[in-house]
Design a protein around this ligand. Structure first.
Ligand code: MLC
Length: 519
């Protein structure tokens, strides 16, 4: 592959179209939506701020390969620091601002983060806890609600100092780490390289026909692949404009899509469901839009149809994961097939294999989905054994999903080989929740499953055998989990049983449990 990397391309765009608006930050609703309160950043300003950010990070001692953790709200400081970290050949580690301290400390420690940026509002809760983290050299608290805070922080640093630094050339160097969990419980950091990001963005650019005059309305969180790479990087890679909402609001989204004449929108099914349910949804004029995508969770058939009936647009469903970015997509032109995730993206190989023998299966047969390509991460941070488990000897990544290929190449997913739960587009790995439940003094045994849910797709459900003589309440269990886990991982439903169904080896039979518990 010889084309420019994502960062080289972005740099060139900043030089070529310095006056073009790259990012527009919209205030939270209630802060008022007057134009003056918006913050627009041109490509030229973006480049200058990133250079200042690089000079600042260098002064803080950040070097090639260092992990810099960002637990910041969706804001200009987050984006500038993230890009500056990657430009310095260091590794950006975005973290959900909702992580409670227990989870946060695990990520900082596991990643051996050198520098940590957190919201000013978290200072009093975090500062006593961070003192013991060996690798962490400094925590910087930022007031991201105040646009001037970033300017003040970076003001002493000269962008010219960073101007002479080369754009990273090493495609195999890790630039981004995204934590994902797994069947063993502890989250692991997927190491994405400059080459991975570039391959993925180039493929999406071609497949989705990104254009410089595109206007993306961005409503997703930016600590995951969907909001960060597919949406934000996608728009920047195209030299387009992204309007960023701090958080999703359905009515406001429709209003903005209409009034700002946005051309591109990306969401998860839980978001699309809320859009069609807005009162008077069909009355909004979205006729100028050219691309509305859905991902991170299976798009239910009824929603696919209802969306089209309401807005006159057919959602483009695509499939990806943290370890790979995007893999398979319905076409921009051509049939967007209900229930199917579409065709492999350019440069991505997909095969369906027998789950036991891993021998390729003929079209039409359901098997394990495996993928290969320049977009696939190089492995898990400091976990060679987990990396080895995830890949076959000849380099195919085991996605953990089941699916089939139709004779015309379309891929349809048919469930998961792992007991993953997807709630509102977020992955929840039962072992992680079960580990927390096991530490509760009144829990003898537990199993976490996903039950179908009209709002979230699946609802995290904890099935619990209480210890003899104790009678915990559902409310207590949920509160206990919420203290220790980010809110979407905490059970929304708790069911007490006398025993869990187990096989001869003592393993909980989750399929049987789902049948009896979810009905
Ligand atoms: C919010 N809540 C959830 C939840 N999101 N509960 C379960 N599952 C979720 N996904 C709960 C909160 O805990 C809170 O509960 C209440 O809902 C309101 O919180 P909120 O923050 O106001 O929620 P809201 O803004 O409405 O969020 C809903 C959402 C959000 C759908 C907009 O979940 C979201 O942005 N999802 C997208 C996730 C995403 O980007 N995934 C990409 C992963 S990358 P309470 O009880 O406290 O009121 C990936 C790869 C790929 O998967 O292919 O894309």
């Amino acid at each position: 592959m010889t084309g420019p990397t994502f960062l080289e391309r972005l740099h060139a765009l900043c030089e070529r179209q310095p006056d073009k608006v790259a990012l527009i930050f919209l205030p939270e609703e209630g802060d008022g939506e007057r134009l003056a309160e918006r913050q627009a950043i041109t490509y030229g300003e973006l480049e200058r701020l990133v250079r200042r950010g690089m000079a600042f990070l260098q002064a803080k001692g950040v070097e090639k390969g260092d992990r810099v953790a960002l637990q910041l709200p969706k804001s200009l400081p987050f984006i500038i620091l993230h890009l500056a970290v990657m430009r310095l050949e260091a590794i950006s580690l975005p973290l959900n601002p909702g992580y409670p301290p227990r989870e946060l400390l695990y990520f900082l420690d596991d990643a051996q983060a050198k520098l940590f940026f957190a919201a000013d509002t978290a200072r009093s809760a975090l500062s006593p806890l961070l003192a013991d983290l060996g690798s962490l050299e400094e925590t910087i608290y930022l007031d991201t609600a105040n646009g001037a805070a970033l300017a003040a922080l970076l003001a002493p640093y000269d962008p010219a100092q960073a101007a002479s630094l080369p754009i990273p050339q090493e495609r195999d160097a890790t630039c981004l780490m995204i934590y994902t969990s797994g069947t063993t419980g502890r989250p692991k950091g997927a190491e994405l390289t400059h080459g991975n990001l570039t391959a993925n963005l180039d493929a999406l650019h071609e497949a989705w026909g990104w254009r410089e005059d595109d206007v993306l309305l961005h409503v997703l969180p930016i600590f995951h692949v969907h909001g960060l790479i597919v949406a934000l990087h996608g728009a920047l890679h195209a030299g387009a404009t992204a309007l960023l909402l701090p958080s999703f609001d359905a009515r406001r989204t429709l209003q903005l899509l209409q009034d700002e004449r946005c051309t591109v929108f990306m969401g998860v099914p839980a978001i699309h469901r809320r859009l069609v349910e807005v009162e008077g949804a069909a009355g909004y004029d979205l006729s100028h839009m050219r691309l509305l995508t859905s991902g991170s969770d299976r798009l239910p058939d009824d929603l696919f149809h209802r969306f089209r009936e309401t807005f006159g647009h057919t959602l483009l469903e695509r499939y990806g994961m943290s370890e790979t970015g995007m893999l398979i997509s319905n076409p921009l032109h051509g049939e967007r097939r209900v229930g199917s995730v579409g065709l492999p993206l350019p440069g991505v190989e997909v095969r369906i294999v027998d789950p036991e023998t891993e021998a390729p299966l003929p079209d039409g047969e359901v098997g394990a989905v495996q993928v290969r390509g320049a977009n696939v991460c190089k492995g898990y941070w400091r976990q060679p054994e987990k990396t080895a488990e995830a890949f076959t000897a000849d380099g195919w990544l085991r996605t953990g999903d089941l699916g089939l290929r139709e004779p015309d190449g379309y891929i349809t997913l048919k469930g998961r080989s792992k007991d993953l739960v997807i709630s509102g587009g977020y992955n929840v790995y039962p072992p992680e929740v079960e580990l927390v439940l096991a530490s509760h003094p009144a829990v003898a045994a537990s199993a976490v499953i996903g039950c179908p849910d009209p709002q979230w797709g699946e609802r995290v459900t904890a099935v619990i055998v209480p210890k003899a003589g104790s009678a915990p309440t559902a409310r207590e269990i949920i509160a206990y989990c919420r203290e220790r886990l980010v809110s979407y991982k905490a059970p929304r439903q708790v069911i007490f049983v006398e025993a869990l169904p187990r096989n001869a080896l003592g393993k909980v039979q989750k399929a049987a449990l789902r049948e009896t518990i979810c009905g």
